[in-house]
Design a protein around this ligand. Structure first.
Ligand code: PNS
Length: 170
């Protein structure tokens, strides 16, 4: 204890980001104010059957974080804790929306701590304004052509409109 204080703290903010929402962006901006570098890491998760490819998801994230100099966007397909070590990061950042997020987040944080106790998980309470927001809910609304401009950045809204318009043409 006490021997691992870092001068330059790198945090990894992992997720599916299918697609990135204002809730995610709020966490990214706040994490970038606290840590020296934040790597937003998109899970390359073929099992979850994402709407957007990992390339589309990373490109959208790059577009919407362009103005934040200490944020990097990357993807990973490995165990998160291995990816964090590979990046020489020390912190995992997660957003917590509600009690319902807590159980699985607690499990993941405990497991990651068991796998590597040099890496700490930091939780940030999601801005209450976005407590109801999730990528799934945004996709659900967009699928029925509902209003999403208060939920996601313009670039993401445009990408969703194109995706669902393509679907309707099929
Ligand atoms: O946005 P999501 O889908 O809630 O993010 C979940 C994510 C990517 C953080 C989680 O599934 C993860 O870390 N996956 C990588 C594989 C892994 O390390 N699994 C064990 C976690 S304890």
């Amino acid at each position: 204890m006490g021997d691992t204080k870092h001068d330059y703290t790198i945090a990894v903010y992992p997720g599916s980001f299918d697609p990135v929402t204002f809730g995610h962006l709020d966490i990214i901006h706040r994490a970038a104010n606290v840590f020296d570098k934040v790597i937003v890491a998109v899970l390359n998760n073929s099992k979850k059957n994402p709407l957007f490819s990992v390339e589309e998801r990373t490109n959208l994230l790059k577009e919407v974080t362009r103005g934040v100099p200490n944020v990097e966007v990357d993807s990973f397909g490995d165990l998160l804790i291995n990816y964090v070590s590979e990046k020489k990061a020390h912190v995992i950042v997660k957003g917590l929306r509600a009690i319902s997020d807590f159980e699985s987040e607690m499990q993941m944080a405990s497991l990651n701590h068991k796998l590597n106790d040099k890496v700490e998980t930091f939780f940030m309470m999601t801005n209450p304004q976005y407590s109801y927001l999730s990528s799934s809910i945004v996709k659900e609304i967009a699928r029925y052509n509902g209003p999403i401009s208060d939920l996601v950045p313009q670039e993401v809204e445009a990408a969703l409109r194109i995706k669902y318009a393509e679907d309707r043409l099929r």
